[in-house]
Design a protein around this ligand. Structure first.
Ligand SMILES: NC(=O)c1ccc[n+]([C@@H]2O[C@H](COP(=O)([O-])OP(=O)(O)OC[C@H]3O[C@@H](n4cnc5c(N)ncnc54)[C@H](OP(=O)(O)O)[C@@H]3O)[C@@H](O)[C@H]2O)c1
Length: 364
């Protein structure tokens, strides 16, 4: 099969490196451009990330020798080589919006990890298994902006990837209120214990902007398309506390939930086990099977043991039990830089291919 030619913007950072390692042998995507700031540009990728390569596997050979380009100054050179870019930049929001729109206006499909465009009404914010149908907004987005081939699709925040799909599987019972606490890994801040020694033997009870995103983004994901925009859902009411813990990867969430209808633990577990995954029939390379795994052991899921479930794309849940204040409570886990960042974005790109929102490859 001819592959799509893709680029990574912000390829030298934590999420960018994760894209590089996950895309090394992708059956549909061929990484031909790596771009970052002028600080890294002009160097071979292996040199640009020397001393800051944070993945546990070596730099893929095919990408190690690519010369890093500048995201802004080299836009013409980049857009002449690729059909799609993954965006993992860390910059001010307005700048990121400008860059993503500049790429889309030149005919490039942009799949972004950034929060800059998450609340732009005509830009879909996607968890493919939950609201893949929001991709239909791309038609209105292209029409309104005069884009023919380009578009922007964003991935929601990493903190909510574990519990939103799990609650989605229970929506038939009417989710009324949710209390969630997230225990978030260091890699979510682009760091490791070596680069953030203050995190040793420590928990930090604040992650800027995270609680607001965790409370609000699910409502756009559960929203419905009305004309040229998404109308966010008005329920459930979500209250979130997000803290940083000294683990390398994996965001764990404790969740309490109340439902409009009575539901038993057997019904909940059955709903998780029988979750009808709309991606199954599409056979996307990064879609995990199963998507949701329920553990009956009391001491699961564990961050270290279970974050790589489904190659880091699956959701692990456990400890379902009655809640004296709400109805039920449980624990959920997902890998923050795979499902929650690069892998989640790659899955979106695969869905864009499957649904023919991206044109056929230029060459083999
Ligand atoms: N880490 C996670 O788990 C996670 C999860 C979901 C979403 N995100 C989001 O993903 C984005 C990237 O996060 P990260 O942790 O990977 O950040 P990071 O490690 O700080 O990497 C930032 C990247 O942006 C590039 N960059 C910075 N300034 C630039 C400029 N002026 N022009 C062009 N490129 C520039 C950097 O290039 P240089 O190396 O050349 O400076 C680097 O490649 C952030 O917006 C973050 O909020 C992160």
């Amino acid at each position: 099969m001819k592959k799509f030619r893709v680029g990574i913007l912000g390829a030298t950072g934590m999420v960018g490196q994760r894209f590089v390692s996950l895309l090394a042998h992708h059956p549909w995507f061929d990484v031909v451009v790596l771009a970052a700031s002028p600080r890294s540009a002009g160097q071979e990728y292996r040199v640009a990330v020397e001393g800051r390569w944070m993945m546990t596997t070596p730099i893929p050979e095919a990408m190690a020798a690519l010369t890093v380009l500048r995201v802004e100054e080299d836009i013409d050179a980049i857009t002449s080589q690729v059909q799609l870019v993954f965006c993992a930049l860390d910059l001010e929001k307005e700048k990121i919006k400008e860059i993503e729109e500049a790429y889309a206006s030149r005919g490039i499909v942009v799949v972004s990890n950034n929060s800059a465009h998450r609340w732009t009404p005509d830009i879909p914010m996607l968890i493919p298994e939950v609201n893949g149908e929001h991709l239909e907004l791309i038609h209105a987005q292209r029409k309104a902006r005069g884009w023919t081939r380009g578009c922007i699709v964003v991935k929601p925040n990493c903190s909510l990837q574990s519990f939103v799909p799990v609650l989605h599987a229970l929506r038939q019972y009417g989710i009324a209120r949710v209390l969630v606490s997230t225990y978030q890994a260091l890699s979510g801040a682009g760091k490791t214990l070596a680069s953030w020694p203050e995190m040793q033997d420590n928990v930090i009870p604040f992650i800027g902007g995270e609680e607001e995103k965790t409370e609000k983004e699910p409502l756009k994901i559960w929203g419905r398309i009305v004309g040229d925009h998404v109308e966010p859902a008005t329920t459930p009411l979500i209250s979130a506390t997000c803290v940083r813990v000294p683990v390398s990867d994996g965001h764990l969430a404790t969740v309490s939930v109340s439902f409009a209808k009575k539901v038993t633990s057997d019904e909940i577990i059955a709903a998780w086990r029988q979750f009808s995954n709309p991606l199954t029939a599409l056979k996307l390379p990064f879609a995990p099977e199963p998507f949701i795994t329920y553990f009956s052991e009391d001491n699961r899921p564990q961050t270290n043991l279970d974050r790589m479930i489904g190659n880091g794309m699956g959701i692990a849940i456990g400890r379902l039990r009655p809640d004296p204040l709400f109805d039920w409570k449980f624990v959920a886990l997902s890998h923050n830089t795979i499902r929650g960042a690069a892998g989640g974005a790659i899955l979106i790109a695969e869905l864009l291919v499957a649904k023919e929102y991206i044109h056929r490859p230029l060459s083999s």
